[in-house]
Design a protein. Structure first.
Length: 440
């Protein structure tokens, strides 16, 4: 086989991991012509410009949607993880739970020394419908402000995951190993007699049931709201494949050992990029890195994979047209859909893979979850016990409702009239005509 060119589009976690495995992976076959060898070319296209090294400096930390942001962009300051902030440690045993790929990657890249315990509160403070409650405060005498099925508001919110999973898994039964989970994804089913109120029944395959449909059925609308609000991650209650959601939400059960990287997750991707550069040099493979370059269109032709690119500065203009032997789209659904749209109208001849019906169905199965994080930095840890004493109450989250009475007071205080007019004409939020007095 002649010299090959493999192109990876996306230099975030997926793209870097793909490059690493292509260079470091081993084939089960003695002769595998698809493996990269001396003289081949590996291309890595980066829509942004990640700060991998002094040689390949960039405008932001590496990692795409999973990256580290340091306060005032100073790496000596405190930092936030804009994506994943922890991983479930795997102890290396066949029966052990945890994130195996993440754990093994950290170990193989010699980052285990930077892996530390992820400190989290054993008694989290929750904001539930404007009411602040610690998890330990929730009981039958002081329930959460919800009306769930079977008095679920008397227990911590994460108990809802156990209630949902109990239709097929118990503390002493259910899949443990990865192989068992893979079988469960396909064959897992409801193993108990469901109540008359349920729309599901014993024997129903979990792969045919959306997770939030099952959650609503088991917990009721109020119980679903309590689970979503109290757990804090809406992504854990989206309408995904129920059997797979069981596995994902298993990490919220007792006994999970969380760890994180003391230098931030971006250090993992910097290490991956360094390892890719090192392996390519060792094996005589040419590594071409293209920052600020996006995939524009892509087709499968007789000559190979034909694709076009655009530059970040001029995203609507064609920058280059090239051919490779294999393409890896390490990109999120929204980005792939944009490439599919452009490919649909290209003048080049070839097979349009991205717009094939089955590929489109796969793309539609990816649930898009927008997210954001708010970081708050303080000069002192006021929430901890200090020599001056500890706070007498937790940080309170307060909601305010604007009333006509409040607007009248603002008028008396000479609040700008144009602002008041804008407030009164607004449709959302609605201004309450009569104020509520909880002390009456």
């Amino acid at each position: 086989m002649s010299k090959k060119t493999y192109s990876i589009f996306g230099a975030g976690a997926a793209g870097l991991y793909t490059a690493w495995r292509l260079l470091d992976g081993k084939s089960k076959r003695d002769k595998n012509e698809k493996m990269l060898v001396k003289g081949d070319v590996l291309e890595l296209y980066d829509w942004g410009k990640y700060d991998f090294s002094k040689k390949n400096s960039g405008t932001r930390e590496a990692g795409a949607r999973v990256c580290t942001w340091h306060y005032k962009d100073n790496k000596d300051n405190s930092y936030l993880e804009l994506g994943g902030m922890r991983y479930s440690y795997w102890d290396g045993t066949p029966q052990g739970a945890g994130h195996r790929v993440v754990t093994k990657t950290i170990e193989k890249l010699d980052l285990k020394k930077d892996s530390v315990e992820f400190n989290e509160s054993a008694d989290p403070l929750m904001s539930l419908r404007t009411k602040n409650m610690y998890v330990s405060d929730v009981n039958s005498n002081q329930p959460a402000p919800y009306f769930t099925n079977n008095y679920g508001e008397d227990a911590p919110p994460d108990d809802g995951f156990t209630t949902i999973q109990s239709v097929a898994i118990t503390a002493t039964s259910g899949p443990v190993t990865r192989r068992e989970w893979c079988k469960f994804y396909e064959n897992g089913k409801i193993e108990i007699d469901m109540p008359d109120s349920s729309i599901f029944q014993r024997g129903d395959l979990l792969k045919d049931i959306g997770y939030w449909n099952l959650a609503y059925d088991r917990l009721g609308q109020e119980g679903f709201g309590y689970l979503a609000d109290g757990n804090g991650y809406s992504s854990n209650v989206v309408n995904s494949h129920s059997a797979q959601s069981f596995n994902v939400n298993d990490e919220f059960t007792p006994g999970t050992e969380y760890k994180t990287l003391v230098k931030g997750y971006s250090s993992l991707f910097v290490a991956l990029f360094d390892e890719v550069e090192k392996l390519a040099k060792q094996k005589g493979i040419t590594l071409n890195y293209f920052p600020d370059t996006r995939l524009r269109s892509i087709l499968h032709t007789k000559e190979g994979i034909r694709f076009t690119t655009a530059k970040r500065a001029t995203p609507d203009k064609l920058a280059d047209s090239k051919i490779c032997d294999a393409a890896f789209l390490a990109m999120p659904r929204a980005s792939i859909e944009l490439v599919a749209q452009a490919t649909r109208y290209t003048d080049d001849e070839g097979q349009d893979i991205l717009n094939h019906e089955e590929v489109q169905l796969y793309l539609e199965s990816v649930i898009m979850e927008p997210s954001y994080k708010i970081g708050m930095f303080f000069t002192t840890p006021w929430w901890r016990t200090t020599e001056a004493g500890s706070p007498t109450y937790p940080a309170k989250l307060t909601s305010y409702f604007l009333t006509q009475e409040g607007i009248a007071k603002l008028k008396k205080e000479k609040f700008p009239s144009n602002y008041l007019k804008a407030i009164e004409s607004a449709k959302n939020p609605v201004i309450i005509a009569t104020s509520f007095n909880d002390k009456a």
